[in-house]
Design a protein around this ligand. Sequence first.
Ligand SMILES: NC(=O)c1ccc[n+]([C@@H]2O[C@H](COP(=O)([O-])OP(=O)(O)OC[C@H]3O[C@@H](n4cnc5c(N)ncnc54)[C@H](OP(=O)(O)O)[C@@H]3O)[C@@H](O)[C@H]2O)c1
Length: 332
Amino acid sequence: MKNKKVVLAQRPQGQPQESDFRVIEEDLAPLAEDQVLLVTEHLSIDAFIRTTLDETQGLHGSMELNTPVIALGVARVVSSQFEGLNQGDAVFGPMGAQTHVVAPGAMFRKLDNDDVPPRSYLGALGMTTGLTAYAGMITVGKVAAGDTVVVSAAAGAVGTVACQLAKIAGARVIGIAGGSAKVDYLVNQIGCDAAIDYKAGGVVQALKTHAPDGVDVFFDNVGGELLDHVLDQIAKSARVVICGAISQYNDMSAVQGPNSYLKIAERNASMLGFTVDHFMNDFPKMEADLAGWIASGELRMPEHIVEGIDQFPKALTMLFTGQHMGKLMVTP
Ligand SMILES: NC(=O)c1ccc[n+]([C@@H]2O[C@H](COP(=O)([O-])OP(=O)(O)OC[C@H]3O[C@@H](n4cnc5c(N)ncnc54)[C@H](OP(=O)(O)O)[C@@H]3O)[C@@H](O)[C@H]2O)c1
């Protein structure tokens, strides 16, 4: 049996290009004791992947050249020498960008929830999507009924869930995203009270219009200039939650910090960052809450699925050009 994998051929300068990657076919190694052979079903296209492509250690370490690009995924067990997993089981774990995986079975989590498809564990129930939005909006942001909430990269994976969690909590939610199609998606499909197209300009005025009394919670996925614009408009005792800063990931050697940080002092506000793995002990409760909201229809996760492992590099570039809405995945 053959494996097809996407490796990093050269380190991107700025925005990743498809030519930075190479697709290689190889024979699969026979199974050793405690190993499993998996066939990948879906791979999660996550912003953190970009930070692993640099030579200098970024937020999430640095990957080696000519090895499979780091990626979380869900897969099906083809054969197993590992006691806890059997042929046909669905699993979640660090698959890498490849069609097949041979690795110790202990690296993977068996998925036995028949109520949702396995790929939900990359999206609404996924560590880098649903659980991240939960940790940032509920645990760190302490969103409450009556709050005015702003979410950046709102039409992406984490943003889509963060907006809905704020609505479930009884907040007024304003999403920021690029383009009129995303504004329409946020207001008409995701339930935001308003949405701002940052690519059209006028963000400062739009924030004043939609949040005249200020922003109580800002869930920031973007950083840079957008962070400054929202800081200027925060309310007294606001919580500014730094989930990520995708506008900065293509040049981590020159990260643009906020000019307006003194608003934090002026408005008695707080600015807190987090990484989702810090809340690992809370994952079972978070997952149960998210599953409950999915079942009740209060939480939905639109998906954009790109077909073909060869398209993995293209899908990765889409994160930076904003060509998707909801959860971006590749099915090999
Ligand atoms: N703290 C944690 O533990 C944790 C865990 C997972 C993810 N995250 C963070 O969550 C954020 C979202 O990640 P995701 O995987 O869900 O990706 P995503 O939101 O599905 O995709 C990224 C989105 O960012 C927007 N974007 C890209 N470049 C931009 C720029 N220069 N200015 C403004 N917007 C830009 C694009 O939408 P537009 O069309 O709107 O520009 C794009 O759709 C990232 O910052 C990521 O690092 C943090």
